[in-house]
Design a protein around this ligand. Structure first.
Ligand code: PLP
Length: 364
């Protein structure tokens, strides 16, 4: 039988999360971010569940193409890049909306009348200092974009650098700068990412840009998506392929990082960094074996990990091992691995089989 290492994708949880966001932001339209293959959840498993979103956000032309190839006719926004005429041609064919963040893009649009999306998005840098025009250029650029024939609406947007830290002064400053320059314009506005949605209701405005929350994951430093009524969309699973006994004083795995302080029963699970399980995971990282919580012991290998089953004496080869998802928030695993949950879900590798999750017995 094939290796039983699976990412189960719960599309009903995705729709549930979208509905939770609707309630959190009752006066805003929702852009659902599906960049990076739906945050690693695989676009093909997610697209249908997001039909209720007002707009889909992608980072690259290739991602936009895939959305169309999967049969979606939803409005799609391309968040970055795109200056070459050939690319504009394809954007026109795909019917995309575009974020304009760079002078060359404005010129390209002026010189290429075949590409006239009804809506354009003007990105302003208010303090993140990554993409976007300086604030003082905003109004002149708005005038140029609004002069393009066929463009019905220009949304003004900015992106927060620190919205996940409620005490950080930069978010308030970014909003103040944005409003001081653009407060009087009639254009729709978009400021909030997931952390903005949670912490900064005054940032919701006309369009919220929801990424990680849709997948049931919290962007905050503590807690998890469940705190806000969200459900995890991805559950990463494998199984025990061996059980061994390890004597007190013996080490486990590469580098002998973990040393048993007593006689132990250890399960070997068929998942490793070759599947996207983080090699940086520390001893003690939580893992579920047949639904019961235990801990990682020893370094993560490419194809395997070791877990302590001393306290789970009936555990056996074939038991399901849950690395994150239902019953074990990925946020918690990320903290033990010194990274963020975004990165963990985005980097599950091609070796892992993706599967739709069957409806659960708890009636969800
Ligand atoms: C990815 C992205 C988001 C979503 O961020 P989350 O923290 O996942 O909600 C919002 N806005 C822009 C411009 C993005 O690129």
């Amino acid at each position: 039988m094939a290796r039983n290492t699976l990412a189960r994708i719960d599309s009903r949880a995705l729709t549930h999360n979208l509905n939770v966001l609707r309630e959190m932001c009752p006066d805003s339209a929702i852009m659902a971010l599906v960049k990076a293959d739906a945050y690693g959840h695989r676009l093909e498993f997610c697209l249908q569940a997001l039909e209720g979103a007002d707009l889909l956000g992608v980072a690259t032309l290739e991602e936009a193409r895939e959305v169309r190839q999967l049969g979606s006719h939803r409005p799609v926004l391309l968040l970055e890049g795109l200056v070459r005429a050939r690319a504009l041609e394809e954007a026109a064919e795909l019917g995309l909306e575009l974020v304009v963040h760079e002078p060359g893009q404005v010129e390209a649009l002026e010189q290429y009348p075949e590409f006239r999306p009804e809506r354009l998005w003007l990105k302003i840098d208010t303090g993140m200092h990554r993409l976007g025009f300086p604030l003082e250029q905003a109004r002149a650029l708005l005038a140029r974009l609004e002069a393009l024939e066929g463009v019905r609406e220009v949304v003004v947007m900015t992106h927060f650098a620190c919205a996940d830290q409620p005490e950080h002064p930069l978010t308030v400053l970014q909003m103040q700068r944005f409003d001081a320059e653009l407060g009087q314009t009639p254009n729709p506005r978009s400021l909030a990412n997931s952390a903005g949605i949670l912490h900064w209701p005054e940032s919701h405005r006309d369009w919220v840009r929801a990424g990680i929350l849709l997948y049931g994951i919290s962007p905050l430093a503590a807690g998890h998506g469940g705190d806000f009524g969200l459900q995890p969309v991805m559950t990463l699973e494998s199984e025990l392929i061996s059980i061994i006994q390890v004597r007190a004083g013996e080490s486990i795995g590469y580098g002998a990082r973990f040393v048993a302080d007593r006689d132990m029963k250890v399960g070997i699970a068929a998942i490793g960094y070759g599947d996207g399980y983080p090699r940086s995971a520390a001893d003690g990282t939580p893992v579920l074996v047949a639904g019961r919580r235990t801990r990682l012991v020893g370094r993560v290998s490419m194809d395997m990990i070791a877990v302590d089953v001393t306290e789970l004496p009936d555990s056996a080869v074939g038991d399901t091992v849950t690395l994150w998802g239902r019953g074990l928030p990925v946020e918690e695993v990320a903290r033990h691995a010194g990274t963020i949950a975004y990165e963990l879900v985005c980097r599950v590798t091609r070796r892992v089989r993706f599967k739709s999750m069957e409806p659960s017995s708890d009636g969800r």
